[in-house]
Design a protein around this ligand. Structure first.
Ligand SMILES: [Mn+2]
Length: 267
């Protein structure tokens, strides 16, 4: 194909008020004829503040639209922290159709591109990636209100039962522990979870880019890294880094990737 063009988009957070839903529908309705691939780069749906079933039901029109775009446009879905729960259904129609992944590699114009949502950058301070993913999945199922969800998590971690037992186990805070001060680790976890629960707008962004540079220099050496998560769109060709931005609070960011490189656009 001569005009291969990939569109990457993330952080639409469908299901909450500030999501730019109608504009996003217009956007996917009007992808150009030269687009052969759409990468949904995570947090397309918001399952932390809402329940997954409710959000998916409300957005069946979008899901059907996306499904009908194949095979002309190849769709890949890389899960984010807020829609991590989707990865639990690899055999579902949704999973098969969208080819759900934790990360994705593609090549355009001789450049290898690596796509991740970007929650992997939280892992740098949270502990292990497995712990973070367990946490993200638990939050997806925690309920319909973020305040309530956070509260539930504190109760669970504190009491040592329920959905976050796995996290406790990872961190070695067993309620059967002979450690006389098992609570000593709690402030450490609380501090990190508090930060992860902040809205992207309230977080310090420099550290994400710093961690992303580390990934490009180590784990993804020789590749161009594209991520979302931070809601701060940018393209830095010199650093082999780009961010897809978001579709909340009036933003409508996306990246175009073709043989010439990466371009940041706003719809
Ligand atoms: Mn995210």
């Amino acid at each position: 194909m001569t005009n291969r063009k990939c569109i990457a988009v993330s952080d639409v957070h469908l299901g909450i008020e500030c999501s730019n839903r109608s504009k996003f529908i217009d956007f996917i309705d009007n992808l150009g004829d030269d687009v052969d691939r759409l990468v949904l780069l995570g947090d397309i749906f918001e399952f932390w503040k809402r329940d997954p079933v409710g959000v998916l039901l409300e957005n069946t029109d979008i899901i059907q639209k996306l499904m009908s775009m194949e095979p002309e446009i190849n769709i890949s879905y890389v899960v984010g922290n807020h829609d991590f729960h989707l990865i639990r259904f690899p055999q579902s129609y949704f999973g098969v159709k969208f080819d759900l992944k934790h990360d994705l590699g593609l090549e355009y114009g001789g450049t290898k591109y690596r796509f991740i949502h970007g929650y992997q950058l939280e892992n740098m301070q949270f502990g292990t990636l497995a712990t973070y993913e367990t946490f993200a999945d638990a939050l997806c199922m925690a309920g319909d209100d973020v305040g309530k969800a956070a509260e539930i998590i504190w109760e669970k971690i504190g009491e040592g039962r329920g959905i976050l037992d796995m996290i406790r186990n990872f961190l070695g805070i067993s309620r059967y522990s002979s450690d006389p001060h098992p609570g000593a680790t709690l402030p450490w976890i609380k501090e990190r979870i508090d930060e992860i629960m902040l809205e992207p707008e309230e977080r310090s962004m420099e550290k994400y880019e710093k961690y992303a540079v580390e990934l490009v220099n180590e784990k993804y050496k020789g590749e161009f890294l594209i991520y979302g998560h931070s809601h701060e769109p940018y393209v830095k060709m010199d650093k082999n880094l780009a961010n897809t931005g978001s579709w909340v609070w009036g933003s409508s960011d996306y990246l175009e990737i073709d043989k010439h490189g990466v371009a940041l656009k706003s719809y």
